[in-house]
Design a binder for this molecule. Structure first.
Ligand code: NDP
Length: 272
């Protein structure tokens, strides 16, 4: 029987994960079937348990179920433990394993464009996406990683989970006059079409701006960076493909090439 995988979320209709995993499977000659599953908002565990009981080998988990998936797994990777969130599950002989590939995906995508070692990084947001990427970013040894969130206390609590001297936290309103080499937007403001209240002093020609959100249009955050004169502006499509590749590798033991899949996806979306 063909091995079955799925992505579980709500809403899930627009997820690109089935297309990405189908492209990886074709490229690597792996036989598998990957579908979307929309779980009711209070029904993630039942949906995942049913899929696995029916022979599913593993699944990806997306908004808003990553924290529930963290509680649902029998065993966790170190990076999922630190993140407090799981986006990849699979069954092995001892039960259900949970991992988080978001941070590895972000770092792999970023490293295609810029160095991280010794850099000053600003991470905007303290939700699920931000939690998943802190440990992998710290592992790249930046000079400084500042978490800034609208609710400053959430950023402070998050930073306390990691004992790192180069990690600090603040509110969005305390950024004036500070300089960074890389600014990452991990808030959902772009999703709502909103710009963040960021000081114009944040932007320089050589700053790298990265929005985890992706889509057809330039995101409000990247438009803000463009208005500030930033030359290198990157959306989160590369992160999406890279976190999927990491999950594919965990499941199948084969690492797919990501660049051709990313190029195909960009062409389909009409972005460049
Ligand atoms: P959450 O709902 O968990 O967190 C939302 C965060 O955004 C919070 O920190 C919240 O601040 C902040 N926020 C929301 N609206 C505003 C606003 N108007 N002004 C300032 N701050 C705001 O979302 P996620 O962390 O799950 O997702 C965040 C983004 O990352 C989404 O756009 C998502 O699509 C993207 N993403 C992309 C991935 C990829 O592979 N490319 C993977 C995962 C996520 P507060 O705490 O004050 O409410």
């Amino acid at each position: 029987m063909t091995d079955r995988y799925a992505v579980i979320g709500n809403p899930i209709a627009h997820s690109k994960s089935p297309a990405i995993h189908a492209a990886f499977a074709l490229q690597t000659g792996q036989k598998l079937n990957y579908t979307r599953l929309e779980a009711p908002l209070d029904g993630f565990s039942d949906c995942a348990a049913e899929f696995l009981a029916m022979g599913g080998k593993g699944c990806n988990v997306t908004v808003p179920f990553k924290e529930e998936a963290y509680r649902f797994a029998n065993r966790l990777s170190a990076r999922a433990e630190l993140a407090g969130a799981v986006n990849t599950l699979w069954l092995d002989d001892d039960g259900l394993v949970g991992d988080n590939t978001d941070g590895a995906g972000l770092c792999r995508d970023l490293l295609r464009h810029t160095e991280l070692r010794g850099k000053r990084i600003l991470l905007l947001g303290a939700g699920g996406a931000a939690r998943g990427v802190i440990a992998p970013l710290l592992a790249e040894k930046p000079a400084r990683l500042l978490l800034a969130n609208r609710s400053a206390d959430k950023a402070t609590q998050l930073a306390e989970r990691f004992s790192a001297a180069n990690l600090q936290a603040t509110g969005l309103d305390a950024l004036a006059g500070q300089a960074f080499d890389l600014v990452i937007n991990a808030t959902s403001a772009s999703l709502a079409g909103q710009q963040l209240p960021l000081p114009p002093s944040l932007w320089r020609l050589e700053t790298v701006a990265y929005d985890m959100m992706y889509g057809k249009e330039e995101t409000p955050f990247l438009a803000q960076a463009a208005a500030g004169g930033v030359a290198m502006r990157l959306d989160g499509l590369g992160m999406l493909v890279e976190q999927a590749a990491e999950a594919f590798y965990l499941w199948r033991g084969v690492r797919p090439e990501t660049q051709p899949v990313l190029t195909e996806l960009r062409a389909a979306l009409g972005t460049h």
